[in-house]
Design a protein around this ligand. Structure first.
Ligand SMILES: Nc1ncnc2c1ncn2[C@@H]1O[C@H](COP(=O)(O)OP(=O)(O)OP(=O)(O)O)[C@@H](O)[C@H]1O
Length: 449
């Protein structure tokens, strides 16, 4: 129940605060959040009042948005608790606003997960949509890998990161969401050294269908829920089902799941390995397609198992410093994904066995297909790992240096640029405004940095 004072409070909120409450103000979840905020602590309404945010620097730019490091001028004047603000120009991409809202809605479902970000707040006007999440000062796993001598991680480091990623994906899947964009660039390192996933615009809710004449998400040979080892999981998975079981159904696109045409396989922001000195980033080569599962290329229905495939690609890349199916062209990469066998070097190990089982082309035979994350957690590579206390590990493999946040020197300059940017966005008729077609206007500003 929403107390009437809450409604009154909303009524008297200034417009900009109502923006903070974003998209669907009448939605129950939103109202209950407001009610909770009012009942517990005063809301942090100014958080995404852009006039009160100061930009420190640009953290990164992707296909959809630009991410700034910002801080709140009155609550945190010395920028001790900066956060990431992702800004998407509605005109920058087709359906940019829809994708942005989708990302916000996915984020708003994560509250207290150690390896997933949460939504601090959001703002929308007719030009931009932006939202804030906690800042991850350690960069991403790709950057980190390139800082290693042989551009690969040790088996122990891979074990740690894969374990955390599995926990994050498990949380996604238990909510019925398939992530679909697992790649090292989307795995950020928090101040604590633990990872967090980012970039959810490609994620998707799987359809829920009535259980009658449909099979639950389990082994084709053992299709009783009782056979799922973890009864808690069995209950959860009941909600997410595929229409017919096995390969035959998949090959005939009988899964009832949407085809993969929305999956991004176009160039994305994979950074140029030679440009990893601070702040130098490049969009120069293509990344995501190397992670695409065979069933996506085939256009079959696809589901959670695509994330386990991508986990296999990721594990391989962390181990050998290169992805397993990389070709000279997209066509060749896709051919290799569909037909090629990953090449393993050196002695077989539990890690290579895990990767091999994740890179199984038939999704129904892929590790993780039958019982989700549980099945992967039980693999020999993770024997002895205490999953419950993973988040308590105080010495993760790499800790971001404190001074990696230390960019405050340029604060004033950045502030001027960024505020000017927002000013221009809000006042397109301003004489300074010079929109460049097909180009995010921010690039113009960034090139001046
Ligand atoms: N919370 C954060 N902390 C630190 N850096 C971040 C954070 N969020 C994003 N970034 C940086 O900004 C970059 C772009 O962010 P993101 O991947 O979310 O944008 P995008 O436009 O959706 O990218 P893509 O092209 O992959 O779709 C990231 O690669 C990362 O370097």
């Amino acid at each position: 129940m929403i107390p009437s004072c809450a409604i009154a409070y909303i009524y008297f909120l200034p417009i900009k605060h109502i923006c903070y409450l974003h998209t669907n103000i009448v939605s129950l979840s939103c109202l209950s959040k407001i009610a909770m905020a009012i009942n517990t602590a005063p809301p942090a309404p100014d958080l995404l009042d852009l006039d009160n945010l100061r930009a420190i620097k640009v953290l990164g730019k992707g296909a959809m948005g630009t991410v700034f490091l910002v801080h709140h001028m009155s609550n945190d004047p010395f920028a001790h608790r900066p956060f990431a603000l992702k800004v998407v120009e509605k005109s920058s991409l087709r359906h940019a606003d829809r994708r942005a809202r989708h990302e916000i809605s996915v984020l708003s479902r994560f509250h207290n997960h150690p390896f997933l970000p949460y939504l601090i707040g959001s703002f929308e006007n007719h030009e931009i949509i932006c939202w804030a999440t906690p800042f991850c000062p350690g960069g991403d796993l790709n950057e980190l890998r390139y800082r290693q001598n042989d551009r690969a991680f040790s088996s122990a480091v891979i074990r740690f990161y894969l374990a955390e990623i599995i926990c994050a994906l498990e949380h996604f899947h238990l909510q019925g969401i398939v992530y679909r964009d697992l790649k090292p660039e989307n795995i950020l390192v928090q101040q604590s050294g633990h990872i967090t996933l980012t970039d959810f615009d490609l994620s998707r809710n799987l359809v829920q269908r009535k259980p009658d004449n449909l099979q639950i998400y389990s082994d084709p040979q053992e299709n009783s829920p009782a056979n799922l080892k973890n009864p808690h999981l069995a209950g959860k998975f009941k909600r997410f089902i595929i229409s017919k079981r096995g390969k035959h159904a998949l090959n005939n696109n009988m899964t009832g799941l949407k085809k993969a045409k929305s999956a991004r396989v176009s160039p994305v922001s994979r950074r140029n390995p030679d440009d990893f000195s601070r702040n130098e980033r490049s969009n120069s080569f293509v990344g995501t397609e190397e992670y695409v599962a065979p069933e996506i290329i085939r256009g079959d229905g696809h589901e959670f198992a695509v994330d386990w495939w991508a986990l296999g690609v990721l594990g391989y890349e962390m181990l050998y410093g290169t992805t397993p199916f990389k070709g000279k062209s997209r066509k060749e990469t896709f051919q290799k994904i569909l037909l090629g066998r990953p090449e393993f070097f050196g002695k077989p190990s539990p890690l290579t066995d895990l990767i091999r089982k994740l890179l199984e082309k038939d999704p129904t035979r892929r590790l993780g297909y039958r019982r989700g994350a549980c099945e992967i957690k039980e693999h020999e590579f993770f024997h002895g790992l205490k999953w419950d206390v993973l988040k308590e590990v105080v010495r993760p493999p790499f800790l971001p240096l404190k001074d990696e946040i230390g960019v405050i020197d340029d604060l004033v300059k950045c502030e001027i640029y960024i505020m000017e940017y927002f000013h221009k966005l809000k006042n397109p008729s301003s004489p300074l405004w010079s929109p460049t077609p097909n180009e995010c206007q921010l690039n113009v500003l960034l090139s001046e940095f």
